[in-house]
Design a protein around this ligand. Structure first.
Ligand code: DLL
Length: 436
């Protein structure tokens, strides 16, 4: 069994809880002193960090939402001066503003350690060759995985996303043993491999670690059969760290949350109250080691359940089940978080009116596709084909440039989308994601 940090991953629950309490107290002090949002929020309920004497006190504190982070755009939530920040990433946030997150040198050290844990849990060692097929950029996936794999001493190939034939050539010629990307991109690689008539058994690929978007056991089965590998799930989010928050071990029976860095809670999204162990609810996370961007009781919007039973792998940290959906408006297409209203704002900006629109998310060959349907109106010169084509192209380009997604824009007949009476939902999600 491969445990990267036995001292922390397998520590007794008593010791773990003591460590969590100390780290939580330090974090609460840090945010109270340095982040005006938390100073105000704590003052409003008459809480001072010294009051917290046990972990159960955490549930008295207010939640932090994506909206709070967007309101603090870009740097108001940072708990250190910018000169101590050595890396900045950003994720979709809200339609108004992205969530901008920062890391001190120490945060980056922790992040690499956490990703090293999750890679080790899937059996990765320094003898492995890892192909990182996440987009290198503002999103956290690529850089997070990259530095964690280097920490282990594996050979890292930063192939980034796209150009799938070239990815396959790299897989083959560079003798990749471990692929990391979104499950959707793994499906795409599997499909192109088939088209190129390459037998996966002739490759050196042994395993894949997939995350960044929801997927279920059906897709896992397909990826494993088509790529002839073992596929592991891992979970994370920019606002809390990036990849490396929770990951499957070799038992693949839930994802271990690295509780010496994050305190998980599962709440009823309606009432905000804790749900019993095993019940599905919204995952709430508190960071307890982060310096630049600590978050207290951050509402992830992700639905899952908690399992506190000891895992057969020997790790003592709790597990969350696979993410079964979201309880907010965000939809995730090809690993990119999208607020439907952000697309609406783009449509308004480009067309100069607020058109009726609808988003249709679908899975074509188990790969995400987004269709944006817009009702034509007189303003769209719907009788002039050439002008329509130009409009569609402009919209597609603007969506690509702003959201980072290639969407298929379709003009539909006037009256076919009824948003006024809400009889047509803003989002139709046809993807079937069994997480059972
Ligand atoms: O997706 C970080 C990441 C990158 C995790 C690569 C794992 C691998 P964001 O772009 O901020 O960060 O998106 C975070 O993606 O709240 C979930 O809704 C979703 N998500 C991430 N991992 C999983 C997963 C990265 N394994 C949002 N299963 C999260 C289901 C996931 N959903």
């Amino acid at each position: 069994m491969n445990v990267w940090d036995r001292a922390h991953e397998c520590m007794s629950r008593e010791e773990l809880e003591q460590l969590q309490l100390e780290r939580l107290q330090a974090t609460l002090n840090r945010v109270y002193r340095n982040v005006s949002f938390y100073k105000k929020a704590f003052d409003a309920i008459g809480f001072v960090p010294e009051d917290l004497n046990d972990l159960s006190g955490l549930s008295r504190l207010p939640f932090t939402t994506r909206k709070d982070l967007a309101d603090a755009y870009p740097y108001e939530m940072f708990a250190v001066p910018l000169r101590e920040v050595v890396r900045v990433h950003a994720s979709s946030g809200t339609p108004e503003n992205p969530s901008v997150v920062g890391y001190t040198a120490n945060d980056l050290k922790h992040w690499s350690e956490l990703v090293a844990r999750m890679l080790s849990a899937a059996g990765v060692t320094k003898d492995d060759v890892i192909q990182v097929a996440f987009a290198y950029g503002l999103l956290t996936g690529a850089f997070g995985l990259h530095y964690g794999a280097e920490r282990i001493g594996a050979s890292v190939i930063p192939s980034s996303v796209g150009n799938t034939q070239r990815q396959i050539r790299i897989l083959k010629d560079y003798r990749t043993t471990t692929l990391v990307c979104t499950p959707g991109y793994a499906m795409r690689i599997a499909q192109v491999l088939e088209e190129m008539e390459i037998d996966p058994k002739t490759l050196t690929l042994r395993r894949g670690l997939f995350g960044g978007e929801p997927w279920g056991d059906e897709v896992r089965g397909i990826i494993e059969a088509k790529l002839y590998i073992e596929a592991y799930d891992n979970y994370g989010l920019s606002e809390v760290m990036g990849p490396g928050v929770a990951a499957e071990c070799e038992k693949r029976d839930g994802m271990h949350v690295y509780e010496d860095h994050f305190i998980p809670e599962i709440i009823d999204p309606e009432t905000g109250q804790a749900v019993p162990e095993g019940s599905v609810g919204e995952l709430v996370l508190t960071t307890i080691t982060k310096e630049a961007f600590p978050v207290i009781r951050f509402r992830t919007g992700d639905l899952t359940s908690m399992n506190n039973q000891r895992c057969a792998c020997g790790r003592t940290v709790s597990r969350i089940g696979r993410i079964s959906g979201r309880c907010d408006e965000i939809i995730i297409i090809k690993g990119v978080n999208v607020y439907p209203k952000s697309i609406g704002s783009i449509l308004t900006a480009v067309t100069g009116t607020e058109p009726a629109y609808q988003l249709v998310a679908d899975a074509v060959n188990h790969q995400d596709a987004l269709e944006v349907r817009i009702e034509v109106s007189e303003r769209f010169f719907f009788d002039k084909m050439e002008r329509q084509r130009i409009l569609v192209e402009r919209l597609q380009k603007k969506i690509r440039d702003t959201v980072g997604l290639t969407a298929h824009v379709v003009l539909v007949e006037k009256g076919s989308i009824n948003r006024v009476d809400e009889t047509s939902p803003m989002v139709v999600d046809r993807r079937k994601r069994s997480t059972a």
